[in-house]
Write a protein that binds this ligand. Sequence first.
Ligand SMILES: *Cc1c(COP(=O)(O)O)cnc(C)c1O
Length: 378
Amino acid sequence: MKPTQTLLFTPGPTPLHPAVANTLSQPIPHHRTPEFEAIFGSVRQQLKEMIGLAEVLTLVSSGTGAMEAALLQFVRPSTEPALLVLNNGKFGERFGKIARAHSLSVVEIKSAWDTPINPDQVLETLQRNPRIQAIALQVCDSSGGLRLDFEGISEVAKEHNPKIVTIIDAITALGVEPLQTSHIDVLIGGSQKAFMLPVGLSFLGLSDFALSQLEDRGYYFNLKLELKNQQKNTTAFTAGILHILGLQTYFECVRNLGGFDTLYTATKKRAESTHKALEALGLEIYPKAPALCMSVIYHEQASRIRKHLHQKYGVLVAGGQDALKDYLLRINHMGIIETHQSAWVLSALEQSLVDLKLRPSFEGVAIKAFMQHHYKEV
Ligand SMILES: *Cc1c(COP(=O)(O)O)cnc(C)c1O
């Protein structure tokens, strides 16, 4: 029998959480009512606590919308390089593309998708480009599963010039690990990753410094106008009503688990146990500094393995992008994921390697390593 349901294990979109799916099927309230405004206010408060910055704005857009909004707001047109972009993969590259689409002058540091750009490289580039107004980077560039030292990078940027706005795309980090925000001005999130919501809501955490820099700019992405409205628990345009209700349900689910610290610990453990299992299978972990949101494997036959995993075992993991399209497997860890699901993904992966004659026989190597690491006494 073929699998009847696909187990969605891609690092975005993640599966809808069942409780969130239930909320999304409820009757829709109107957004200009005291009832909705009370919910919006409570969700705003919880988002602020989760992000750890002075303010938060939610926008109705995919994550890229918030990336564009941040650049439009915090980078002024100039003849000299105004924005430093860390291009460590597809999403870093995207910051550069957005800036160029708006004729903003960009300088880029580019590195292979498996090798993180470091704070020294950033400092050196800032010293050579004294007119830089903002720096944009990812916590994890999802194209290669690479974790950047965003803490160290934002710290050197701020020490070099406190007026530089640090813009951090944390779309695959928010809800995955605790984020140190002391040198962050703008922190970006998106609903279809760790929040287990559909795509459609993006978040912008803003520091006091970022707030002090806000100007009336743009139309739909006018952050100053949004701030004025959202501080009154309403929105300039129609709110993402059901997404906001879904977000409230997500926060409830996290509370029921024991809070964000519990979720972060569980995610880390699952990610590390998966890592051990992949190593036990002799597979090559792609990034030199792996993030916790996903495990990424490099394999010459990745594309075949991926198709087989899906067709025979109903497990859908992501492939690579661009030049690595056929050579990467990306396995999700974001969200409230049951341990047994990860265990099944790894066992199905081992059996797929056997089916494709890439391993001699099924020995339960992956599940053994996973269980031993996951349930070891500490
Ligand atoms: C998913 C993702 C985005 C946003 O992509 P959208 O498709 O616009 O939601 C941005 N940055 C990273 C690192 C991502 O993983």
